[in-house]
Design a binder for this molecule. Structure first.
Ligand SMILES: N[C@@H](CCC(=O)N[C@@H](CS)C(=O)NCC(=O)O)C(=O)O
Length: 80
């Protein structure tokens, strides 16, 4: 399942989450949201996995991706 590291007040994260929802995808069925505001274990994982201290950050098996526009392109292709 896709994992999206994010936090509530992040507008770039909201853009990705809105697209997931508008594609009809369901949280905890099609994707999992992981809290990744600063100082959280989720943020530590973002840094450890991807090397950058930035969200949104998507992990889908071997695929790892920063940048909301790239993430949206990826989910649109995956679920089209
Ligand atoms: N160009 C990036 C911008 C992402 C971005 O600026 N994310 C902010 C949160 S909204 C961030 O990670 N800031 C660093 C931090 O929170 O430590 C995108 O479109 O995803």
């Amino acid at each position: 399942m896709i994992k999206l590291f994010q936090f509530d007040s992040c507008p770039y994260c909201a853009r990705v989450i809105n697209r997931l929802k508008s594609l009809g995808l369901k949280e905890n069925k099609d994707y999992k949201l992981i809290e990744a505001s600063r100082g959280t274990p989720g943020r530590e994982e973002v840094l450890k996995l991807g090397g950058m201290n930035q969200v949104p950050f998507l992990v889908d098996d071997e695929v790892q991706m920063y940048e909301s526009a790239d993430i949206i392109d990826y989910i649109e292709k995956k679920f089209a």
